[in-house]
Design a protein around this ligand. Sequence first.
Ligand code: ADP
Ligand code: MG
Length: 566
Amino acid sequence: MGLIRQLPQEVILKIAAGEVIQRPASVLKELVENSLDAGATSIEMEIEAGGIRRICVSDNGEGMDKDDLLLCTQRHATSKIRSFEDLYQILSFGFRGEALASIAQVSRLKIISRQKAREIGHTLYMEGGKLVDLLETGTRPGTLVEVRDLFFNTPARRKFLKSPGTELQHLFDWVVRFAFANYEVHLRFKRDGQEIFSLPSSHDPIPRIAQLWGNEIAEDIKFIGKSSYDISIAIYLGPLEQTRLKADRCLFFVNKRPIKDKNLLKAVCDGLSQAMPKGIYPQCLVFLDIPPWEIDVNIHPSKEEIRFRNQGILYSMIINSLEESLKKAHFMGEALVQRPTISKEGQGLGRIMEQERVYHIRDTRSETSTPTPIFERHEIRVLGQVKDSYIVCEVKDALLVIDQHAAHERIIYDRIMASSGQQHTKLLPLIFPRPYEFSHLEALSIMESLEMLKRLGIGLTPSGENRFLLTHVPYILKDSNWDELLPMIAQTLSEDHSKRQELYHHLVATLACHGAIRAGQAMLQEEMQALVQEIMKPGIFKTCPHGRPVLVSLPFSQIEKEMRRA
Ligand code: ADP
Ligand code: MG
């Protein structure tokens, strides 16, 4: 007898379900998109325990009658397309008729629905894909879908869900993108019984930017619009002085669909390259309107990636429109082209010396670890600075090129690490505590990390919804621009760090990066001397906290060889 067996239908259905529904966020996405497809102008979302326990979406859309209600949880049952050709004209979000079928397979599902024209509605109950009940129900027009106990009957899959906190993060991530995409739809979002936001419908996304990213950004939004042929682009660009270390606030929408596309992101970065260094990102919403036949959405079940028939035109439109607006802003002397400078004048030697005075940190590593080889304890002669970024030195048998920023970053990082475990991290109380506002998720993360921040010398006091007062800063960073630094810290905190230690490392690295001398900043001879002496101490790692090398060496033997002197 052969080894091959036909899988039971039940198993096939569960496998298929797993492809469409990976986590609570994918359930919410499918449900809400169905509401939009049903023409809803008002949608309410509720989640409990990161959506693992319960997800509920109700809308004022067209509703379903009894027959539709029975059909809607069958695989490949859809009201949205009739033939394969229809795929290339898709205007709706759904079209596969897979979502409800998949959700029904792996949860306890309840759908209440009523069409406006009917007197009465119906409630459908399903469990693990099996029909439990169908009842007549008095209800308002529209549909409510409630999904309980996701993956209750596929324990292996349920195990793969992350903690409610992580799932919540995925949910937030998606909800925010969805809210920006559908600003004309009234949206409410509740989490564990508490209303997180209620966003009235509006004509543009700016009121939502204010609610979700803060007023300060919304007040300073630049609108850039462009259209040619049948493509149009609308970019809402946040102030370029307020940048992010990740592209988490560069959001793209194609025909109202939030999508992810590396090339579009690259186009934005390229378009802004005159005003923004590489590796940091603006805050922007980019809306593309493209005829449906110009795109293929049929490549991924979750439909976050799409294929464009004419990529080149899109990218050059984005780049051109951003470059043009930069030029215009520059011409008019606007702040749009200000370089996001982080450093301040005179932070060089003063700052290094000051840290020396404040922190009498023992270099514990030098006592415990074996000394790192070469250069150390040699005489070092600082020859000078090149490109205002590198310090060139001579040691006994090599030329050293030291990256001033990376070196300083390492020194600050080590100092904070060494001091923060102890009581004597020097706090500088602010005479005038400064108010800051954060997104909801960031505020949650800050609340959870107040103790840790305090250990680092950052004192924050909650002062109302998503707001905090900055009361103390670490002495070592007293001259930093906290209006830039604090949002970066909030961002770091709200990222998904599986380990506490890793989060701590990221935080300190952010502080170090911020406090360190920048590349491109001229240094005095004494400043260079102080920095070089410090970084060359035994036991100090010769990499920055992000792992980049602090120095390269060019042995004289190699120079001699190249010069054919050897
Ligand atoms: P698809 O959206 O791909 O058609 P789904 O499984 O998501 O597949 O939904 C199946 C069908 O159920 C839809 O085509 C639609 O007719 C109906 N439906 C689902 N949700 C709603 C809703 N909120 N309001 C009205 N009809 C709905
Ligand atoms: Mg659908």
